[in-house]
Design a protein around this ligand. Structure first.
Ligand code: OMP
Length: 293
């Protein structure tokens, strides 16, 4: 799906909600596990998709949850992707949350797996290996690399907000005359040159509202994938205020708060309720700004 199609989808559905399919077999309601013993993961995903597709523009299966199940998990993922591709209420934007990237020829195989074999629109990638590790993902027309910039987890403070060019000697001498960029800013500044706003997005956690202005200053036009709303506590209105653009320009991911809204027979009803609640807030936010224009 290209950028124009994604913007159109956001406009039509009045939503920038991405439902994260982080399907933990242990959290699937017992009645589903009993009814579909061969593949409860796919059965659960199918019902979650049916319940939420009216409210969502994107789905993001996190690969960890499928790889953990070995070949059975991979089959559940293939079936989920086929189901999304053929859904009568589609199309939707699909993201493989795989956080990959390696030396060039290895990245190429990852790109083949996610784009050609599984048919995803986008893959989350780690920028640490540099441009040649990400380039293979950018070589596919209509597909996207989503580069990890500022992650939502507590450990993001270990490296991502360090100020690497900080000359400690100058600091010690009390010379603090300029703004020292943080590592994530340098990462965005450099990696946004590898592709363009048509094929590159950035991951920015909703748990860092204070740093979102800096992100938008460097990349005013790129789409952002923003996880961390829901269970991790990010505030939808706060992040939208700082990151929304005239093209909308953001996808906000919610996983556990939707998937596990209930562990009973009403799980898909409850999931639908939570997804609709987010969609309604998004609709209000978009309508207030009259975005996407
Ligand atoms: P919930 O906290 O349950 O909504 O899940 C968040 C999802 O987003 C998980 O699949 C995470 O792996 C993913 N995620 C983050 O939570 N933080 C990040 O910084 C990046 C991601 C991601 O790349 O999607």
């Amino acid at each position: 799906m290209n950028r124009q199609q994604l913007i159109q989808l956001i406009k039509e559905k009045k939503s920038f909600l991405c439902v994260g399919l982080d399907t933990d077999p242990k959290r699937i309601p017992v009645h589903i596990q009993k009814k579909y013993p061969d593949d409860p993961v796919f059965a659960f995903n199918r019902m979650i998709i049916d319940a939420t597709i009216g409210a969502a523009v994107a789905y993001k299966p996190n690969l960890a949850f499928y790889e953990a199940g070995g070949s059975k998990g991979w089959i559940s993922l293939e079936k989920t992707m086929a189901y999304l591709a053929e859904h009568p209420e589609g199309p939707v934007f699909t993201i493989a949350d795989a956080k990959r990237a390696d030396i060039g020829n290895t990245s190429l195989q990852y790109a083949r797996a996610f784009f050609e074999h599984l048919g995803f629109d986008a893959v989350t990638v780690n920028p640490y290996l540099g441009h040649d590790a990400v380039k293979p993902f950018l070589a596919y027309k209509g597909k996207w690399a989503i580069i990890l910039a500022l992650t939502s987890n507590p450990g993001s403070s270990d490296f991502q907000v360090l100020q690497p060019q900080l000359p400690t000697l100058l600091e010690k001498l009390g010379i603090k005359t300029c703004y020292w960029k943080k590592l994530f800013e340098l990462v965005i500044e450099e990696s946004c040159k590898w592709g363009n706003p048509e094929n590159t997005m950035f991951v920015v956690g909703a748990t860092h509202p204070d740093m979102l202005d800096q992100v938008r200053e460097i990349i005013p036009d790129h789409f952002l994938l923003i996880p961390g709303v829901g269970t991790q506590g990010g505030d939808l209105h706060q992040i939208a205020e700082k990151t929304l653009t005239k093209d909308a320009g953001i996808l906000v991911n919610v996983s556990r708060a939707i998937l596990y809204a209930s562990k009973n027979e009403d799980f898909s009803e409850k999931a639908k309720g939570v997804a609709m609640h987010y969609q309604q807030q998004m609709q209000e936010i978009l309508t207030a700004k009259n975005y996407p224009v």
